[in-house]
Write a protein that binds this ligand. Structure first.
Ligand code: ATP
Ligand code: MG
Length: 570
């Protein structure tokens, strides 16, 4: 997507909305809309999940329906309580409410088992002794039909008996499975007698050791939807080929039959979104944890300083598609800036301080200058910022040998200090040994208080600054893209980790903030004038050692650099 969208991102037409509208018109499901968000608790949620959350909860809100939060915890091996906790936190942080509808697929194990017995009795399921390799071999390919299992024609009685003994734990892992009896020459491979239950002697985080047979995803998922009376079961595109099976199970059981609707998953450039890869980054220590501010996880984005509203707006703006595509991360950042621009108070902070002594300013004098908190929102009022003889400006805002079009401070040049005075640089003081600039000496023009000259004199630049005597010390962490390549996982031959950006984190330890930030609370967000949006780190910051994360720079400097590199290549 290019440029600034002109429309508000709300309520863009999409095919799922149209389906639901049509269903409501026909009074399908008695006019009920019920969706669900069904994460598997085997990792932290990422921005792709956020898209699914916003879609499911958003549709429910829009059509006065309900949305369930359901843990799809049918696989005992990879699931942990830590993930359940983080998912609950993330969904509610995004601002969605499942009320009393927090469900666990594992709570339906008894019901699912009963359904399986029902299929066996109908002659639609059988116990098979082929091992996983044989099952794969017998399945055939896209061009060749499969072969029927030699166990396919077991009697109902034998199947019931064997299934009961599987459940009792009489057989080791992998010895037997329960399969649906559909069609081994079906053109859709998912329909070639798929496995419904496998034997797995493993402890489950909720059911403990009660079960040693566990349902497969395709069998379980439709049942979960049916049990919860979901009307529209929204999932990602890779399940399109599974839909005939989803429908087959529910038809055979003659139970409530939700409609499965597929949409394209969200892909973002410059990041990875598979939970397996994210876990690899965490386990390998490439990031500080699931909530590292560079991670595309919801907890990472939250710690970085993203707002729920910016993520919701982004989800709506990317829309719902039927075809896979990759969204530019600049769009997510655009939504973030739009939101923070309206909400974040402006303050002054100097990240790489350069000391400036104003030689003609009275010693020990302190003035309180009035500063606007947010020009986008007059309701946020004003505050006082102290000004005194010694201040800090940004190192970058001074050049000894200014290149052409460099309008910031240099020897003999005059600039404006935001909300304060015009100053002129009169002397550069250097370390005699190293030649490094130690400080600048400047003069100020008392007549320019507030930032304007009565004689109409113009200056081309306005700098931010912080009074040295009043400055609050802080550490600031600058984040950049975690990967240098737009599609780090795209090349199967190459480890995605080889594309990690070695400069994705830069830590600045001697930043100077205006005194109003002294008591900034964890998670509080600000615009540091001219620099970007920053928030107090929710994990590491302490009142006596403030740590800020850069959420996002004001403009997308990355895009500009890339643009410049591209035009260099031309
Ligand atoms: P992964 O493959 O990374 O492990 P998953 O899709 O298996 O992720 P689930 O916990 O099963 O993870 O996902 C819960 C819900 O979120 C599912 O309905 C899934 O379709 C949806 N979802 C997952 N990733 C995305 C994505 N990138 N875009 C949109 N929806 C997604
Ligand atoms: Mg999944």
């Amino acid at each position: 997507m290019e440029g600034r969208p002109t429309e508000k991102p709300e309520r863009i037409a999409n095919f799922i909305r149209n389906i639901i509208r049509e269903d409501l018109k026909n009074n399908k499901n008695d006019g009920r809309v019920q969706t669900r968000f069904p994460p598997e608790p085997n990792g932290y949620l990422h921005i792709g999940h956020a898209k699914s959350i916003c879609l499911n909860f958003g549709l429910a809100e829009e059509f006065r329906g309900k949305c369930n939060l359901r843990f799809d915890d049918t696989n005992p091996e990879k699931e942990e309580a830590e993930y359940v906790k983080s998912i609950i936190e993330d969904v509610s942080w995004l601002g969605f409410n499942w009320e009393d509808r927090l469900f666990y697929a594992s709570d339906y194990f008894d019901q699912m088992h009963e359904y399986a017995v029902r299929l066996i009795k109908k002659g639609k399921a059988y116990v098979c002794d082929l091992n996983p390799d044989q099952i794969r071999e017998y399945r055939g390919t896209l061009t060749e039909p499969g072969k029927e299992s030699p166990y396919r024609d077991r009697s109902v009685e034998e199947n019931l008996d064997l299934f009961a003994r599987m459940k009792k734990g009489e057989f080791p892992n992998g010895a037997k499975v329960l399969r649906a009896k559909i069609d081994m020459s079906h053109p859709n491979l998912n329909m070639r007698d798929p496995v419904m239950y496998r034997i797995l002697h493993a402890r489950h985080h909720r059911t403990g050791n009660k079960w040693c047979i566990y349902p497969m995803y395709d069998w379980a998922h439709g049942l979960e939807d049916s049990i919860e009376k979901i009307t529209h079961s929204i999932c990602t595109l890779e399940f399109e080929d599974h839909r005939p099976l989803y429908d087959w199970f529910l038809d055979q059981l003659e139970v409530f039959h939700p409609r499965q609707i597929e949409f394209a998953r969200l892909n973002l450039n410059y990041t990875v979104m598979s939970k397996r890869k994210l876990l690899e980054l965490v386990r390998g220590g490439y990031v500080s944890g699931w909530n590292d501010p560079r991670m595309p996880t919801i907890s990472g984005l939250r710690r970085r300083g993203y707002t729920p509203q910016s993520i919701r707006n982004f989800s709506e703006m990317v829309g719902v598609a039927k075809r896979d595509s990759t969204v530019d991360i600049a769009m997510l950042e655009y939504c973030l800036r739009e939101d923070l621009n309206k909400t974040a108070p402006r303050v002054m902070a100097v990240l790489k301080p350069l000391k400036v002594v104003i030689t003609n300013y009275p010693e020990n004098q302190v003035e309180e200058l009035e500063a606007i908190n947010n020009p986008e929102d007059p309701g946020q009022g004003t505050r006082k910022v102290p000004f005194s003889k010694v201040i800090y400006i940004e190192e970058d805002d001074f050049r000894e040998d200014p290149p052409k079009k460099y309008f910031r401070l240099s020897s003999g040049k005059e600039v404006r200090l935001r909300y304060a005075y015009f100053i002129t640089c009169t002397k550069v003081v250097k370390d005699e040994r190293t030649g490094q600039i130690k400080e600048l000496h400047c003069t100020y023009d008392p007549a320019t208080r507030g930032g304007d000259s009565p004689d109409g004199r113009k200056v081309k630049s306005t700098l931010h600054w912080v009074s040295a005597a009043d400055a609050v010390d802080a550490e600031v962490r600058l984040y950049d893209r975690l990967f240098l390549n737009p599609d780090p996982a795209g090349d199967k031959e190459r480890d995605f980790k080889s594309y990690l950006n070695p400069h994705s984190l830069e830590i600045l330890k001697s930043c100077k903030l205006e005194p109003s930030l002294k008591n900034a609370a964890r998670g509080e967000k600000f615009q540091f004038e001219r620099l970007g949006y920053f928030c107090v780190d929710a994990v590491d910051s302490k009142p006596d050692h403030l740590i800020f994360n850069r959420i996002v720079p004001l403009r997308d400097s990355w895009a500009k650099i890339e643009q410049a590199m591209k035009s260099d290549e031309l």
